[in-house]
Design a protein around this ligand. Sequence first.
Ligand code: SAM
Ligand code: SF4
Length: 333
Amino acid sequence: MNNKEPLLDGLGRVHTNLRVSVTDRCNIRCFYCMPNVDVKFKRRDQLLTFEEIQRFVRIVAERGVNKLRITGGEPLVRSELPSLIRQLSDTPGIDDIALTTNGMLLAEQASALREAGLNRVNISLDTLDEETFQRISRRPGVDQTIAGIDAALEVGFDLVRLNAIAIRNLTEGELVPLARFARERGLELRFIEFMPLDAEQHWQSDQVLSGNEIRETIQREVGELTAAPRPDPSQPAVDYQYVDGGGTIGFINPVSEPFCGTCNRLRITADGKVRNCLFSTDDYDVLALMRDGADDREILDLVQRCLAAKKPGHGIDSDDFERPERAMYQIGG
Ligand code: SAM
Ligand code: SF4
């Protein structure tokens, strides 16, 4: 970083981490994220171009953002993604680029992404059972996703991790097979609690299978776990290691144990809205500003206004919790 002021919010949280959504489109329809039918996607001209994304990243990187996560929708459906990764990895100050993907198109793209400078990949997979996969995603895909995982392992990313959403009365039977699958392949596995960001708005708090419950199951059925060191206090996951050396397993518990106090994340949606939180009810239109000819200072001002409005926490558990208008695929997880 240079000696310019970092990106601070009103509580002094320093923002070094940017999540960039590159599309709201997806090749499957997970019920916890998208509607099944009649999805209203943005037109191509409503999305930030690669040049606009790169400009935004350059501006925030000058203020200390050094880590990027590319997400969506499904980021691999955006054409020419490796060329964006190349531009971003050449941006001064950016030293880590990660991707979150459902993995279905990864077998064909892993090598180009790695060559373009992508460092790490998180692949979302909630089940190894095709029938359960289709109940969740409303499309087929387990074998294709596993092919994507294997391709990612082959091209040698710095880290390949699995992300699994756990849902009560649906995925209890998937926890142990997923943990064993991850151990066999030497993959890190992270369980994420189901959050109220599903487009169909069916989320109920009793569907949340908490990280603690999952950990107890894994300990009982797979192997004893012990708390792992926490090198980065702003990481959302609480990690554990198998006592027998069989790898790491993490828990992201935004509902049962919110981690907002150490949040260092800023987001930009595919249609160019800057957001200070997954759950914020406001966003800041950087696409309109850029297309009106704004200079870098005006864009930075918008980011700073957005951060100044960041709340202490998401408040999912409070009585006056208000869901954002956007669902997960329209924000970028
Ligand atoms: N399509 C890619 C994928 O699925 O990995 C990237 C975008 S997706 C929105 C990013 C992550 O958000 C995925 O790991 C997905 O499982 C997770 N996710 C989606 N809806 C969620 C919800 N309601 N609660 C918790 N996590 C959710
Ligand atoms: Fe698509 Fe990812 Fe949303 Fe599933 S979670 S519908 S894969 S964007």
